[in-house]
Design a binder for this molecule. Structure first.
Ligand code: ADP
Ligand code: MG
Length: 312
């Protein structure tokens, strides 16, 4: 049963990747590189957003009057109990569904609001899916080259060359011609991030991307993501349950309430970058953990008492 759900979600992921890659405006080729500094773009402003699923029927209020500001080039971690509405918020930013009230802006451009309840899907906001959505029938290089190829912003040969270069930069140089099923889940997840980055997004949207991984693989993923971030300075909107992950990666940790989702507390992580694993044994890290933990724990108890169920 669980596999069926994962299969279905992965299939939905392929569809969304296809849609994202096909619908978006042409890339600016000269910027589609991991070495480009993108600090000045990618600010997200979530203003009084409410999302009610099926108002006429089951009427689930997932997000209620939620506001948050994410600066350009910031790594923003969203932490909150299962079923509280985190994925709902991410899906609204990505344009996978509409919002009921409020507005979301990206760099002062309205993504969705009263005049346009559903944001358009676009490669400026790339999603890395929880269950992974690489096309299993394409090699890693072909997967990464897919976006620029279907958008015809690069010829297939150039796109493949760029994909290989970017995969190599991410330490995947010797698996570029492997299929997703032939590499570890960690490698596949890194390739997915490269596939998102080749589209030169303003924002990367990650929904618990390392959730199912063991601690060691996760730590390698974290270092790789931080290295990528230090190179690109792309804005990152990252949902997680893992508090250590949130503090280790984030500039800000936004703790959200149990459903309906609202911002409960923002913790600024003033640990200098580049960060290394030693950071995690510092006193500063421990104090931040305590602060985040206290806020999350309160909400987790409320969610547990309300019997909230996670939808993934
Ligand atoms: N399509 C839907 N229709 C009705 N309710 C939904 C739908 N998707 C999610 N929900 C409900 O909205 C709430 C928030 O879900 P979600 O955003 O997935 O939470 P999280 O990501 O924080 O675990 C949950 O109570 C979930 O059951
Ligand atoms: Mg979720």
């Amino acid at each position: 049963m669980h596999c069926k759900v994962a299969e279905f979600t992965a299939h939905a992921g392929y569809q969304q990747v296809k849609t994202l890659m096909n619908m978006t405006p042409p890339l600016r080729d000269e910027r589609a590189t991991m070495n480009t500094s993108t600090t000045q773009r990618g600010a997200l402003s979530i203003r009084n957003v409410t999302k009610i699923y099926d108002p006429e029927g089951v009427n689930v209020m997932a997000v209620d009057n939620c506001s948050m500001e994410i600066a350009a080039g910031e790594v923003c971690m969203i932490v909150g109990p299962s079923g509280c509405g985190k994925t709902t918020l991410l899906n609204a930013i990505a344009g996978f569904h509409s919002i009921t009230h409020g507005e979301i802006f990206l760099d002062d451009a309205l993504l969705c609001g009263p005049s346009k309840p559903k944001a358009e899907q676009a490669a400026e906001r790339m999603v890395v899916f929880q269950h992974g959505a690489l096309f299993p029938w394409k090699t890693l290089a072909e997967n990464v080259a897919y976006g620029p190829t279907v958008q015809k912003t690069l010829r297939k040969k150039q796109a493949l060359e760029k994909a290989r270069d970017m995969l190599s930069e991410s330490g995947l140089g010797n698996v570029v011609d492997k299929y997703p099923g032939e590499v570890s889940s960690g490698m596949a997840r890194r390739a997915e991030i490269v596939r998102a980055l080749i589209n030169d997004p303003k924002v990367l949207l990650l929904d618990e991307p390392y959730r199912a991984m063991d601690a060691l693989t996760k730590s390698i993923m974290h270092e790789s993501l931080l290295e990528t971030y230090d190179r690109t300075k792309v804005t990152i909107f990252f949902i997680t349950h893992d508090l250590e992950e949130a503090i280790f990666l984030g500039d800000k940790v936004h703790v959200v309430t149990t459903r309906p989702c609202q911002l409960k507390k923002t913790v600024s992580v003033d640990i200098p970058r580049p960060r290394s694993y030693e950071t995690q044994s510092s006193e500063q890290f421990r104090l931040l953990m305590d602060e985040v933990n206290e806020a999350v724990h309160e909400e987790a108890i409320k969610a547990f008492q309300a019997g909230e169920r996670e939808m993934a």
